[in-house]
Design a protein around this ligand. Structure first.
Ligand SMILES: NC(=O)c1ccc[n+]([C@@H]2O[C@H](COP(=O)([O-])OP(=O)(O)OC[C@H]3O[C@@H](n4cnc5c(N)ncnc54)[C@H](OP(=O)(O)O)[C@@H]3O)[C@@H](O)[C@H]2O)c1
Length: 159
């Protein structure tokens, strides 16, 4: 199972339920890498999507403890259920948010990280893969810039 995340310099990933600083090229990369795949997403992050709707052209596996149905998505009530369902898809990426990244972390073999070299205030964080000996950066694209903010696409793999 893979994951995709945009992190700030302190590995922060968001504040007050949203991402304080967004890079358009990161959104594009997200669309490209998740296109046609299954995505595992927490109910709160789903609410932060445009219109609060599931992503098109992806199999949306939404995790919630509530007894709800969501049009265009499959609803699961535990990580185990979602992991079993994800196994039916050829490709699956965990797309957040914080609680989902943490609970699915042991299942991740590869993480597509967009490093945004800025430190807006975050109240949720992704595990620092640079400080984790179980992970190595296997690909780092050249640093790019958008409106004065530098960013870099990196791939991390579990050793
Ligand atoms: N930088 C990035 O790449 C990135 C990507 C995505 C999100 N984010 C950020 O992450 C933050 C949101 O993270 P979050 O942790 O607050 O929310 P979340 O992980 O998106 O969703 C949390 C919800 O998921 C459900 N859930 C979690 N674990 C569950 C389990 N074991 N069984 C059943 N349901 C479970 C619960 O839904 P119910 O309450 O319905 O029971 C819970 O309230 C935002 O700031 C967002 O911007 C950042």
């Amino acid at each position: 199972m893979d994951a995709i995340v945009a992190v700030y310099s302190d590995w922060g990933i968001g504040a007050k339920g949203t991402q304080p600083l967004v890079i358009p090229a990161d959104r594009k990369r997200f669309r490209t890498l998740t296109d046609g795949a299954a995505v595992i997403v927490g109910r709160k992050t789903l609410e932060d999507f445009p219109g609060g709707k599931p992503l098109k052209n992806r199999r949306n596996l939404v995790i919630t403890r509530q007894d709800i149905t969501i049009e265009g998505a499959e609803v699961f009530h535990s990580t185990e259920e979602a992991v079993a369902a994800a196994a039916e898809s050829e490709r699956c990426l965990v797309i957040g948010g914080d609680s989902v990244f943490r609970q699915f972390f042991p299942h991740m073999k590869r993480v597509f990280v967009t490093k945004i070299y800025a430190v807006p205030h975050s109240d949720v964080f992704f595990p620092d893969l640079d400080a984790d000996p179980d992970w190595q950066c296997t690909e780092a694209e050249p640093i790019q810039e958008h409106e004065g903010v530098q960013y870099q696409f990196c791939t991390y793999e579990r050793i």
